[in-house]
Design a protein around this ligand. Structure first.
Ligand code: HEM
Length: 155
């Protein structure tokens, strides 16, 4: 006789303080990059706390930047800070699991151009420098993010 598999627990689509999002299937592949091995990168970024400071600064700067702020209007910044922190923390092997959407779904219809991507990378570099992350470690992270361009940029 067929025995139905137990229903999986509902994933945390949204955490307290976040807006609801349409259901999706959390998947390790949504991370979009191969995580680093070892602890050197996590240490260079001062662990999850350092990554959180970097993301907080970058998101605040993006929202204030005349060139790209429009893209962030009416978007859930609480969720964006959480999922971006999870994603970078997971890539740096700093002890997080990424629970967000894949990059193509997350950026669909945002109309992001190559120039917007370049600007956000500059803001990320500024935030990493402000955190005291060395340039070699900065560039190692950027090299893991770079292949995601095609999924994020629409035109
Ligand atoms: C490699 C580059 C990028 C990465 C790794 C990245 C990462 C992420 C992540 C993890 C999310 C949240 C996914 C979720 O909610 O489940 C997200 C959403 C978002 N990203 Fe990016 N992003 C990148 C480039 C950009 C650029 C260039 C812009 C605009 C200048 C941008 C604007 C946004 C906005 C507005 C959202 C919120 C969308 C929504 O909630 O519907 N992203 N991104």
């Amino acid at each position: 006789a067929d025995v139905a598999a137990p229903a999986p627990a509902p994933p945390p689509y949204a955490m307290p303080g976040e807006e609801a999002v349409a259901p999706y299937t959390p998947d390790p592949r949504n991370l979009g990059a191969r995580p680093f091995a070892g602890q050197a990168m996590a240490r260079a970024f001062h662990g999850r706390a350092g990554i959180e400071r970097i993301v907080t600064r970058m998101v605040a700067d993006a929202r204030a930047d005349p060139a790209i702020s429009e893209i962030f209007v009416n978007q859930d910044m609480v969720r964006l800070r959480r999922t971006l922190t999870e994603q970078i923390c997971a890539i740096l092997n700093a002890g997080c699991t990424y629970s967000g959407r894949d990059m193509a779904s997350a950026h669909k219809d945002l109309g992001i151009r190559r120039a917007d991507m370049n600007r956000l990378v500059e803001l990320l570099q500024h935030a990493m420098t402000a955190e005291g992350v060395g340039f070699a470690a900065q560039n190692r992270l950027l090299a893991r993010l770079a292949p995601m361009h095609d999924e994020v940029v629409e035109r």
